[in-house]
Design a protein around this ligand. Structure first.
Ligand code: ATP
Ligand code: MG
Length: 200
């Protein structure tokens, strides 16, 4: 493992249209900011359906994963999924995401720091708000389930997107930001967080 790369890891977070409508922009940013991660890019944007499709399919495994995750969540609750084919489920999810993610502006940002992808996923919580832990953004600030969203024919409304792994993050960041929109600066707190000799 390249420790220097781990210390500089970047991840993409998008506050989805429901997060904007719930007036949670400040709360969400605060949760990431207080972790020690550094905000290196930020913008408000209105996504197009093409952008949403590109965003969710930068990872070729995404369809399989999202379908399998949905089936497992249903089975864990003793319920029957709408289909047992992960790709069929994922195609539905993607078509709903195109409506959801373009229904209003989103706030896109890049957070950088040690294990940024994992730290942000932990603070974000599980995809389905019904299953997300208390203390996470999705667990604390909203309510939704696969069962209700699938029955209503819409996306699970879970306030934010967070990259799933560093490779996905790099591709997503390149999709939403140009190189000169990513800022390179140092926070004083980085001495405490990263310097090997601090306090020894
Ligand atoms: P995100 O990629 O948005 O950070 P995630 O990585 O936790 O969320 P994914 O599995 O990548 O979850 O799914 C992307 C998004 O698609 C979810 O955040 C949710 O809004 C929606 N979604 C996923 N599965 C379903 C489903 N079965 N029914 C409705 N919406 C779904
Ligand atoms: Mg994802």
């Amino acid at each position: 493992m390249d420790i220097e790369a781990v210390k500089k890891e970047k991840t993409l977070v998008i506050i989805k249209p429901d997060g904007i409508q719930r007036t949670l922009i400040g709360e969400i940013i605060k949760r990431f900011e207080r972790s020690g991660l550094k905000l290196v890019a930020l913008k408000m944007a209105l996504a197009t359906p093409e952008m949403v499709e590109k965003h969710y399919t930068v990872n070729s495994e995404w369809k399989k994963n999202v379908g399998e995750k949905t089936i497992k969540a249903y089975e864990k609750k003793g319920a029957t999924p709408p289909s047992m084919d992960p790709i069929v489920l994922a195609d539905k999810v993607l078509s709903h995401l195109k409506k959801y993610m373009t229904s209003g502006p989103v706030v896109a940002m890049v957070w950088q720091g040690m294990h940024a992808v994992g730290v942000v996923r932990k603070i974000t919580g599980a995809t389905e708000p019904l299953s997300s832990d208390v203390g996470t953004i999705r667990g604390d600030y909203t309510i939704d389930s696969y069962q209700v969203s699938d029955t209503d024919g819409r996306s699970v409304r879970n306030l934010i997107h967070a990259s799933g792994d560093p490779v996905e993050a790099a591709a997503e960041i390149a999709l939403w930001f140009t190189d000169n929109e990513l800022h390179n600066y140092r926070l004083f707190a980085e001495t405490v967080l990263y310097d090997a000799n601090f306090g020894v």
